[in-house]
Design a binder for this molecule. Structure first.
Ligand code: HAM
Length: 422
Protein backbone atom coordinates (compact mmCIF):
# COMPACT_ATOMS: atom_id res chain seq x y z
CA UNK A 1 0.00 0.00 0.00
CA UNK A 2 1.22 3.48 -0.78
CA UNK A 3 1.90 5.80 2.09
CA UNK A 4 -0.24 8.94 2.33
CA UNK A 5 -0.01 12.01 4.56
CA UNK A 6 -1.28 11.51 8.12
CA UNK A 7 -4.96 12.36 8.67
CA UNK A 8 -5.52 16.07 9.19
CA UNK A 9 -2.35 17.15 7.39
CA UNK A 10 -1.76 18.11 3.79
CA UNK A 11 0.90 18.64 1.16
CA UNK A 12 1.05 22.05 -0.41
CA UNK A 13 1.93 21.52 -4.04
CA UNK A 14 3.47 24.43 -5.97
CA UNK A 15 0.12 25.77 -7.26
CA UNK A 16 -1.11 26.09 -3.66
CA UNK A 17 2.23 26.92 -2.10
CA UNK A 18 2.47 30.01 -4.29
CA UNK A 19 -0.76 31.31 -2.72
CA UNK A 20 0.75 30.76 0.70
CA UNK A 21 3.88 32.61 -0.27
CA UNK A 22 1.91 35.61 -1.50
CA UNK A 23 -0.09 35.66 1.73
CA UNK A 24 2.92 35.19 3.97
CA UNK A 25 4.69 38.06 2.25
CA UNK A 26 1.68 40.30 2.76
CA UNK A 27 1.39 39.38 6.45
CA UNK A 28 5.07 40.06 7.07
CA UNK A 29 4.73 43.35 5.23
CA UNK A 30 1.83 44.29 7.51
CA UNK A 31 3.87 43.36 10.57
CA UNK A 32 6.47 45.88 9.42
CA UNK A 33 3.82 48.52 8.86
CA UNK A 34 2.43 47.96 12.37
CA UNK A 35 5.98 47.78 13.76
CA UNK A 36 6.05 44.20 15.05
CA UNK A 37 9.26 42.14 15.00
CA UNK A 38 9.56 38.43 14.37
CA UNK A 39 10.10 35.83 17.09
CA UNK A 40 10.71 32.13 16.39
CA UNK A 41 10.19 29.62 19.16
CA UNK A 42 10.53 25.81 19.12
CA UNK A 43 7.78 23.65 17.70
CA UNK A 44 7.67 21.60 20.86
CA UNK A 45 7.72 22.72 24.46
CA UNK A 46 7.51 21.21 27.91
CA UNK A 47 3.92 19.96 28.31
CA UNK A 48 3.56 21.88 31.55
CA UNK A 49 3.77 25.18 29.66
CA UNK A 50 0.45 24.59 27.94
CA UNK A 51 -1.18 23.15 31.04
CA UNK A 52 -0.32 26.31 32.95
CA UNK A 53 -1.16 28.84 30.25
CA UNK A 54 -3.83 27.49 27.90
CA UNK A 55 -5.40 25.85 30.94
CA UNK A 56 -5.92 22.35 32.30
CA UNK A 57 -9.68 22.41 31.78
CA UNK A 58 -9.66 23.51 28.14
CA UNK A 59 -10.44 21.16 25.24
CA UNK A 60 -6.99 21.89 23.84
CA UNK A 61 -5.17 20.57 26.90
CA UNK A 62 -7.64 17.82 27.75
CA UNK A 63 -8.23 16.33 24.32
CA UNK A 64 -6.18 17.86 21.57
CA UNK A 65 -2.49 17.93 22.38
CA UNK A 66 0.16 15.86 20.66
CA UNK A 67 2.04 14.91 23.81
CA UNK A 68 4.92 12.45 23.89
CA UNK A 69 7.80 11.38 26.02
CA UNK A 70 11.23 11.90 24.56
CA UNK A 71 14.01 9.39 25.06
CA UNK A 72 15.05 11.21 28.22
CA UNK A 73 11.62 10.65 29.73
CA UNK A 74 10.52 14.31 29.48
CA UNK A 75 6.92 15.08 28.62
CA UNK A 76 6.90 17.29 25.54
CA UNK A 77 4.04 18.65 23.45
CA UNK A 78 3.88 19.87 19.87
CA UNK A 79 2.71 23.46 20.30
CA UNK A 80 -1.07 23.79 19.87
CA UNK A 81 -0.79 27.61 19.70
CA UNK A 82 1.82 30.34 19.85
CA UNK A 83 0.99 32.65 22.76
CA UNK A 84 2.27 30.33 25.49
CA UNK A 85 5.66 29.96 23.80
CA UNK A 86 6.02 33.69 23.22
CA UNK A 87 5.13 34.39 26.85
CA UNK A 88 7.64 31.76 27.98
CA UNK A 89 10.36 33.27 25.80
CA UNK A 90 9.48 36.75 27.08
CA UNK A 91 10.00 35.59 30.67
CA UNK A 92 13.02 33.38 29.93
CA UNK A 93 14.93 36.13 28.13
CA UNK A 94 13.72 38.88 30.49
CA UNK A 95 12.53 40.87 27.51
CA UNK A 96 10.68 43.18 29.91
CA UNK A 97 14.11 44.62 30.73
CA UNK A 98 14.62 45.84 27.17
CA UNK A 99 14.21 49.61 26.69
CA UNK A 100 11.82 49.22 23.77
CA UNK A 101 8.38 48.76 25.31
CA UNK A 102 5.80 47.49 24.72
CA UNK A 103 7.39 44.45 23.10
CA UNK A 104 5.59 43.86 19.80
CA UNK A 105 6.23 40.45 18.28
CA UNK A 106 4.86 38.36 15.43
CA UNK A 107 5.27 34.69 14.55
CA UNK A 108 4.27 32.32 11.83
CA UNK A 109 4.47 28.57 11.75
CA UNK A 110 2.78 25.23 12.19
CA UNK A 111 0.62 24.40 15.22
CA UNK A 112 -0.78 20.98 16.10
CA UNK A 113 -4.13 19.98 17.56
CA UNK A 114 -5.67 16.54 17.54
CA UNK A 115 -9.09 17.63 16.33
CA UNK A 116 -11.65 15.98 14.09
CA UNK A 117 -10.52 17.10 10.63
CA UNK A 118 -13.00 18.93 8.44
CA UNK A 119 -12.90 21.89 6.10
CA UNK A 120 -11.00 24.65 7.93
CA UNK A 121 -9.88 22.33 10.70
CA UNK A 122 -6.69 20.36 10.30
CA UNK A 123 -4.37 18.67 12.77
CA UNK A 124 -1.40 20.63 11.54
CA UNK A 125 -2.29 24.21 10.67
CA UNK A 126 -0.26 27.37 10.22
CA UNK A 127 -0.84 30.34 12.44
CA UNK A 128 0.25 33.89 11.91
CA UNK A 129 -0.03 35.70 15.22
CA UNK A 130 1.08 38.79 17.09
CA UNK A 131 1.65 39.53 20.75
CA UNK A 132 2.03 43.02 22.23
CA UNK A 133 3.40 42.63 25.75
CA UNK A 134 4.02 45.36 28.28
CA UNK A 135 1.13 47.77 27.92
CA UNK A 136 -2.29 47.78 29.54
CA UNK A 137 -3.49 50.67 27.43
CA UNK A 138 -6.81 50.21 25.59
CA UNK A 139 -5.30 51.79 22.46
CA UNK A 140 -3.14 48.73 21.95
CA UNK A 141 -6.18 46.45 22.15
CA UNK A 142 -7.60 48.47 19.29
CA UNK A 143 -4.28 48.28 17.43
CA UNK A 144 -4.25 44.48 17.65
CA UNK A 145 -7.81 44.28 16.34
CA UNK A 146 -7.02 46.76 13.57
CA UNK A 147 -4.01 44.64 12.59
CA UNK A 148 -6.13 41.48 12.62
CA UNK A 149 -8.71 43.09 10.33
CA UNK A 150 -5.97 44.47 8.07
CA UNK A 151 -4.66 40.95 7.48
CA UNK A 152 -7.87 40.23 5.59
CA UNK A 153 -8.70 43.66 4.22
CA UNK A 154 -5.26 44.15 2.67
CA UNK A 155 -5.82 40.99 0.65
CA UNK A 156 -9.13 42.35 -0.62
CA UNK A 157 -11.55 40.53 1.69
CA UNK A 158 -14.75 42.36 2.49
CA UNK A 159 -17.28 40.03 4.14
CA UNK A 160 -15.86 40.29 7.62
CA UNK A 161 -17.31 40.77 11.05
CA UNK A 162 -15.32 41.80 14.12
CA UNK A 163 -16.98 40.43 17.25
CA UNK A 164 -15.77 41.69 20.63
CA UNK A 165 -16.46 41.02 24.28
CA UNK A 166 -14.92 41.72 27.64
CA UNK A 167 -14.16 38.93 30.06
CA UNK A 168 -13.24 41.47 32.75
CA UNK A 169 -10.59 41.24 35.42
CA UNK A 170 -10.22 38.51 38.01
CA UNK A 171 -12.82 39.98 40.35
CA UNK A 172 -15.43 40.42 37.60
CA UNK A 173 -14.82 36.90 36.32
CA UNK A 174 -15.20 35.46 39.78
CA UNK A 175 -18.56 37.21 40.22
CA UNK A 176 -19.68 35.97 36.80
CA UNK A 177 -18.46 32.48 37.53
CA UNK A 178 -20.56 32.32 40.70
CA UNK A 179 -23.59 33.57 38.79
CA UNK A 180 -23.09 30.88 36.14
CA UNK A 181 -22.84 28.16 38.76
CA UNK A 182 -26.06 29.39 40.43
CA UNK A 183 -27.78 29.55 37.06
CA UNK A 184 -26.80 26.14 35.68
CA UNK A 185 -26.73 24.00 38.84
CA UNK A 186 -30.54 23.48 38.95
CA UNK A 187 -30.48 22.09 35.35
CA UNK A 188 -27.15 20.29 35.65
CA UNK A 189 -28.63 16.85 34.92
CA UNK A 190 -30.04 18.03 31.60
CA UNK A 191 -26.61 19.10 30.31
CA UNK A 192 -24.07 17.01 28.42
CA UNK A 193 -21.33 15.28 30.39
CA UNK A 194 -18.72 17.79 29.23
CA UNK A 195 -20.87 20.66 30.50
CA UNK A 196 -21.43 18.93 33.81
CA UNK A 197 -17.66 18.77 34.22
CA UNK A 198 -17.28 22.33 33.01
CA UNK A 199 -19.72 23.52 35.65
CA UNK A 200 -17.24 22.43 38.26
CA UNK A 201 -13.97 23.22 36.52
CA UNK A 202 -14.63 26.22 34.33
CA UNK A 203 -18.26 27.33 34.04
CA UNK A 204 -17.40 29.98 31.41
CA UNK A 205 -16.71 27.14 28.96
CA UNK A 206 -20.40 26.15 29.18
CA UNK A 207 -21.26 29.12 26.98
CA UNK A 208 -19.10 27.67 24.23
CA UNK A 209 -20.78 24.23 24.16
CA UNK A 210 -21.97 23.05 20.77
CA UNK A 211 -24.12 20.22 22.21
CA UNK A 212 -26.19 22.25 24.65
CA UNK A 213 -26.28 25.37 22.51
CA UNK A 214 -30.08 25.34 22.25
CA UNK A 215 -30.84 24.54 25.87
CA UNK A 216 -33.19 27.11 27.41
CA UNK A 217 -30.70 27.81 30.21
CA UNK A 218 -28.09 28.92 27.65
CA UNK A 219 -30.34 31.65 26.35
CA UNK A 220 -30.97 33.08 29.81
CA UNK A 221 -27.40 32.62 31.11
CA UNK A 222 -25.97 35.57 33.04
CA UNK A 223 -23.99 37.94 30.84
CA UNK A 224 -20.40 38.74 31.76
CA UNK A 225 -21.08 42.34 30.82
CA UNK A 226 -23.49 42.61 33.78
CA UNK A 227 -20.75 41.46 36.12
CA UNK A 228 -17.90 43.71 35.04
CA UNK A 229 -16.65 45.85 37.90
CA UNK A 230 -16.18 49.53 37.34
CA UNK A 231 -12.58 49.31 36.21
CA UNK A 232 -13.23 46.48 33.74
CA UNK A 233 -16.27 48.22 32.40
CA UNK A 234 -14.34 51.45 31.93
CA UNK A 235 -11.52 49.60 30.18
CA UNK A 236 -13.96 48.01 27.74
CA UNK A 237 -15.56 51.41 27.02
CA UNK A 238 -12.15 52.87 26.20
CA UNK A 239 -11.29 49.99 23.88
CA UNK A 240 -14.53 50.58 21.98
CA UNK A 241 -13.83 54.32 21.83
CA UNK A 242 -10.44 53.63 20.23
CA UNK A 243 -12.08 51.34 17.68
CA UNK A 244 -14.66 54.06 16.99
CA UNK A 245 -11.88 56.60 16.58
CA UNK A 246 -10.33 54.39 13.90
CA UNK A 247 -13.68 53.88 12.20
CA UNK A 248 -13.55 50.12 12.69
CA UNK A 249 -16.97 48.43 12.85
CA UNK A 250 -17.62 45.76 15.45
CA UNK A 251 -20.43 43.99 17.25
CA UNK A 252 -20.43 43.16 20.94
CA UNK A 253 -21.32 39.56 21.70
CA UNK A 254 -21.41 38.72 25.40
CA UNK A 255 -21.33 34.97 24.66
CA UNK A 256 -17.88 35.15 23.07
CA UNK A 257 -15.66 33.34 25.56
CA UNK A 258 -12.77 31.87 23.49
CA UNK A 259 -11.29 28.42 24.03
CA UNK A 260 -8.21 29.27 26.10
CA UNK A 261 -8.03 30.13 29.79
CA UNK A 262 -5.55 32.98 29.82
CA UNK A 263 -7.89 35.70 28.63
CA UNK A 264 -8.89 38.74 30.67
CA UNK A 265 -10.71 41.89 29.53
CA UNK A 266 -10.83 42.15 25.73
CA UNK A 267 -11.64 39.02 23.71
CA UNK A 268 -12.40 39.10 20.00
CA UNK A 269 -12.91 37.03 16.89
CA UNK A 270 -13.13 37.82 13.21
CA UNK A 271 -15.77 35.91 11.30
CA UNK A 272 -16.25 35.47 7.59
CA UNK A 273 -19.71 36.34 6.32
CA UNK A 274 -19.00 35.26 2.75
CA UNK A 275 -21.55 33.02 1.02
CA UNK A 276 -20.05 29.63 0.45
CA UNK A 277 -17.69 29.83 3.39
CA UNK A 278 -17.69 26.57 5.35
CA UNK A 279 -19.53 25.92 8.59
CA UNK A 280 -16.62 27.08 10.73
CA UNK A 281 -16.86 30.82 10.25
CA UNK A 282 -14.22 32.00 12.72
CA UNK A 283 -11.20 33.26 10.83
CA UNK A 284 -9.12 34.38 13.78
CA UNK A 285 -9.26 35.17 17.45
CA UNK A 286 -7.39 36.85 20.21
CA UNK A 287 -7.54 38.84 23.36
CA UNK A 288 -5.83 40.25 26.41
CA UNK A 289 -4.01 38.10 28.93
CA UNK A 290 -3.14 40.10 32.01
CA UNK A 291 -2.04 37.28 34.32
CA UNK A 292 -0.16 35.05 31.90
CA UNK A 293 3.36 36.46 32.15
CA UNK A 294 3.18 36.33 35.94
CA UNK A 295 1.76 32.79 35.84
CA UNK A 296 4.88 31.76 33.91
CA UNK A 297 7.21 33.26 36.51
CA UNK A 298 7.63 36.76 35.07
CA UNK A 299 6.61 40.14 36.43
CA UNK A 300 3.01 41.37 36.54
CA UNK A 301 2.97 42.53 32.93
CA UNK A 302 -0.02 42.34 30.62
CA UNK A 303 -0.27 41.46 26.98
CA UNK A 304 -2.68 41.15 24.09
CA UNK A 305 -2.51 39.35 20.77
CA UNK A 306 -4.34 37.38 18.15
CA UNK A 307 -3.73 34.55 15.72
CA UNK A 308 -5.19 33.52 12.39
CA UNK A 309 -4.69 30.39 10.40
CA UNK A 310 -3.58 30.66 6.82
CA UNK A 311 -5.79 27.64 5.96
CA UNK A 312 -8.94 29.57 6.89
CA UNK A 313 -7.64 32.78 5.35
CA UNK A 314 -7.29 30.91 2.04
CA UNK A 315 -10.82 29.54 2.42
CA UNK A 316 -12.10 33.10 2.79
CA UNK A 317 -10.10 34.23 -0.24
CA UNK A 318 -11.64 31.44 -2.30
CA UNK A 319 -15.16 32.09 -0.98
CA UNK A 320 -14.87 35.75 -2.03
CA UNK A 321 -13.35 34.86 -5.40
CA UNK A 322 -10.21 36.93 -4.86
CA UNK A 323 -7.34 36.40 -7.28
CA UNK A 324 -3.95 36.84 -5.69
CA UNK A 325 -1.09 38.25 -7.73
CA UNK A 326 2.04 36.22 -8.23
CA UNK A 327 5.35 36.92 -9.80
CA UNK A 328 6.06 33.73 -11.70
CA UNK A 329 7.92 35.33 -14.54
CA UNK A 330 11.08 33.80 -15.96
CA UNK A 331 13.42 36.32 -17.59
CA UNK A 332 15.35 34.05 -19.89
CA UNK A 333 15.37 30.50 -21.24
CA UNK A 334 18.64 29.36 -22.74
CA UNK A 335 18.36 27.11 -25.78
CA UNK A 336 21.37 25.06 -26.78
CA UNK A 337 21.72 23.29 -30.09
CA UNK A 338 24.44 20.66 -30.27
CA UNK A 339 26.77 19.01 -27.78
CA UNK A 340 29.33 21.85 -27.44
CA UNK A 341 26.61 24.47 -27.08
CA UNK A 342 25.36 22.62 -23.99
CA UNK A 343 28.57 23.52 -22.14
CA UNK A 344 28.37 27.14 -23.19
CA UNK A 345 24.68 27.15 -22.16
CA UNK A 346 25.56 25.87 -18.69
CA UNK A 347 28.04 28.70 -18.35
CA UNK A 348 25.58 31.32 -19.64
CA UNK A 349 22.78 30.11 -17.33
CA UNK A 350 25.17 30.22 -14.39
CA UNK A 351 26.38 33.74 -15.22
CA UNK A 352 22.86 35.11 -15.84
CA UNK A 353 21.67 33.73 -12.50
CA UNK A 354 24.68 35.30 -10.80
CA UNK A 355 23.55 38.60 -12.27
CA UNK A 356 20.09 38.09 -10.74
CA UNK A 357 18.32 37.14 -13.95
CA UNK A 358 15.68 34.41 -13.52
CA UNK A 359 16.91 31.79 -15.91
CA UNK A 360 16.36 28.17 -16.84
CA UNK A 361 17.39 25.72 -19.55
CA UNK A 362 16.58 22.26 -20.92
CA UNK A 363 17.75 19.15 -19.12
CA UNK A 364 15.90 16.55 -21.19
CA UNK A 365 17.98 16.75 -24.37
CA UNK A 366 15.05 18.19 -26.25
CA UNK A 367 15.32 19.17 -29.91
CA UNK A 368 15.29 22.89 -30.74
CA UNK A 369 11.51 22.91 -31.28
CA UNK A 370 10.93 21.26 -27.91
CA UNK A 371 13.16 23.80 -26.21
CA UNK A 372 11.25 26.71 -27.77
CA UNK A 373 8.01 25.12 -26.58
CA UNK A 374 9.41 24.80 -23.06
CA UNK A 375 10.39 28.49 -23.14
CA UNK A 376 6.81 29.37 -24.17
CA UNK A 377 5.28 27.17 -21.51
CA UNK A 378 7.12 28.89 -18.69
CA UNK A 379 6.52 32.31 -20.25
CA UNK A 380 10.17 33.33 -20.56
CA UNK A 381 10.51 36.97 -21.59
CA UNK A 382 13.67 36.28 -23.61
CA UNK A 383 15.24 33.22 -25.17
CA UNK A 384 18.94 32.98 -25.66
CA UNK A 385 19.86 30.68 -28.52
CA UNK A 386 23.30 29.12 -28.70
CA UNK A 387 24.35 26.90 -31.65
CA UNK A 388 27.75 25.73 -32.92
CA UNK A 389 28.48 28.98 -34.80
CA UNK A 390 27.65 31.06 -31.77
CA UNK A 391 29.98 28.94 -29.64
CA UNK A 392 32.83 29.53 -32.09
CA UNK A 393 32.19 33.28 -32.21
CA UNK A 394 31.55 33.70 -28.47
CA UNK A 395 28.07 35.14 -29.06
CA UNK A 396 24.42 34.21 -28.58
CA UNK A 397 21.16 35.16 -30.26
CA UNK A 398 18.89 36.84 -27.75
CA UNK A 399 15.24 37.12 -28.73
CA UNK A 400 12.48 39.13 -27.13
CA UNK A 401 9.64 36.60 -27.07
CA UNK A 402 6.92 39.21 -27.17
CA UNK A 403 8.13 41.51 -29.94
CA UNK A 404 10.07 38.85 -31.84
CA UNK A 405 13.06 41.22 -32.03
CA UNK A 406 16.38 39.41 -32.08
CA UNK A 407 19.96 40.52 -31.38
CA UNK A 408 23.36 38.90 -31.64
CA UNK A 409 25.15 39.67 -28.41
CA UNK A 410 28.60 38.91 -26.99
CA UNK A 411 28.14 36.22 -24.35
CA UNK A 412 29.58 38.49 -21.65
CA UNK A 413 26.98 41.17 -22.50
CA UNK A 414 23.81 39.05 -22.36
CA UNK A 415 22.91 40.10 -18.81
CA UNK A 416 23.38 43.78 -19.61
CA UNK A 417 21.23 43.54 -22.75
CA UNK A 418 18.43 41.68 -20.94
CA UNK A 419 18.50 44.05 -18.00
CA UNK A 420 18.38 47.06 -20.32
CA UNK A 421 15.55 45.41 -22.27
CA UNK A 422 14.85 45.64 -26.00
P1 HAM B 1 -7.38 30.12 18.78
O1 HAM B 1 -8.73 30.75 18.69
O2 HAM B 1 -7.30 28.81 19.46
O3 HAM B 1 -6.44 31.18 19.50
O4 HAM B 1 -6.76 29.97 17.36
C1 HAM B 1 -6.61 31.10 16.53
C2 HAM B 1 -6.97 30.75 15.11
O5 HAM B 1 -6.23 29.61 14.69
C3 HAM B 1 -8.42 30.34 14.89
O6 HAM B 1 -9.25 31.44 14.80
C4 HAM B 1 -8.30 29.61 13.56
O7 HAM B 1 -8.18 30.51 12.50
C5 HAM B 1 -6.98 28.92 13.70
N1 HAM B 1 -7.15 27.51 14.07
C6 HAM B 1 -7.28 26.97 15.30
N2 HAM B 1 -7.39 25.64 15.22
C7 HAM B 1 -7.32 25.32 13.91
C8 HAM B 1 -7.36 24.08 13.17
N3 HAM B 1 -7.46 22.91 13.79
N4 HAM B 1 -7.26 24.14 11.82
C9 HAM B 1 -7.13 25.32 11.19
N5 HAM B 1 -7.09 26.49 11.83
C10 HAM B 1 -7.18 26.51 13.17
C11 HAM B 1 -5.11 30.99 19.73
O8 HAM B 1 -4.46 30.10 19.27
C12 HAM B 1 -4.49 32.11 20.52
N6 HAM B 1 -3.08 31.79 20.75
C13 HAM B 1 -4.63 33.43 19.82
C14 HAM B 1 -4.03 34.55 20.60
C15 HAM B 1 -2.85 35.13 20.36
N7 HAM B 1 -4.56 35.11 21.66
C16 HAM B 1 -3.74 36.03 22.10
N8 HAM B 1 -2.69 36.04 21.34
Amino acid sequence: MNIHVPRGTEDLLPETAKKWQAIEEQLIHLAQIYHYKEIRTPMFERTELFQRSVGDSTDIVQKEMYTFQDRGGRSLTLRPEGTASVARAYVQHKIHGSPEQPTKLYYMGPMFRYERPQQGRTRQFTQFGIEAIGSAHPAIDAEVMAFAMACYQSLGLKSLKLVINSLGDKESREAHRNALVDHFTPVKDELCQDCQNRLEQNPLRLLDCKVDRDHEAMKTAPSILDYLNEESSRYFEHVKKHLDAMGIDYVVDDTLVRGLDYYTHTAFEIMSEADGFGSITTLSGGGRYNGLIEELGGPDISGIGFALSIERLIMAIEAEGIELEYDETVDCYVIAIGEDAKYTASNVVYQLRKDGIKTDQDYLDKKMKGQFKAADRIGAAYVCIIGEDEVNQGVANVKNQQSGEQKTVQIKDISTEIKAGF
